[in-house]
Write a protein that binds this ligand. Structure first.
Ligand SMILES: [Zn+2]
Length: 208
């Protein structure tokens, strides 16, 4: 007899080593602490796809949890840019460097939270980690929880933050037409800690 309900139970055994994987209800991103592999749930067939995963080292602080970021390799092409002053700043500078002409295109990596947080926090995290990524040391293996956003959500957020940070300086930028080509994503575990009832990341102390 049909109950009128239809739902899918997702087996949370690691497809590589068979160990159980910790997850929360809405998670799309998983990490196996036994074999240290990261996965993305593909909603099309409920399979787990292997995703390369690294963690940010934070020796100066006792991390309480690691939260997942998407690392999105990207090439930015700018077809039109009218600006009243100098070179690139912010995220665009981390893609183009200090002295690269905008018509050459720029390459870099966006770091975008895969977990839920207020948009103002997400914007600050994308800026800080995208611009700071080259200086971050990486290490292996921790628990990684709370990743409920997939690659396409992360790509939309990367576009949003790029534009949001550019319109912060309307006196300098008059018009911008651009395109982003995204490459194969990776996962990055970022340490967070609690302080006075708030949760902050361990590198830039941004509250989420
Ligand atoms: Zn495993």
């Amino acid at each position: 007899m049909s109950t009128g309900f239809e739902f899918t139970l997702i087996p949370l055994d690691c497809p590589t080593c068979g160990a159980g994987i910790h997850a929360r209800g809405e998670d799309l991103v998983y990490y196996c602490t036994a074999c240290r592999n990261g996965y993305l749930l593909d909603p099309a067939d409920w399979s787990l796809r292997l995703i390369e995963t690294a963690f940010v080292a934070a020796a100066h602080i006792q991390a309480e949890e690691y939260r997942p970021f998407w690392l999105l390799p990207a090439r930015i092409s700018i077809s039109q840019r009218q600006a009243s002053g100098g070179g690139f700043t912010g995220i665009l500078q981390s893609f183009f460097g200090a002295d690269r002409a905008f018509d050459e295109g720029g390459e870099g990596v966006f770091a975008v939270p895969a977990f839920q947080a207020p948009l103002v926090s997400v914007t600050r995290l994308v800026r800080s980690y995208t611009e700071g990524l080259p200086g971050l040391k990486e290490k292996l293996g921790e628990r990684l929880l709370g990743g409920c956003y997939g690659k396409q959500d992360a790509e939309k957020l990367a576009h949003y933050v790029l534009i949001a940070t550019e319109v912060d300086k309307p006196d300098k930028l008059l018009d911008l037409k651009y395109d982003i080509d995204f490459g194969e994503p990776r996962l990055l575990g970022v340490p967070f800690y609690s302080e006075a009832g708030t949760t902050k990341d361990a590198i830039f102390n941004i509250e989420v």
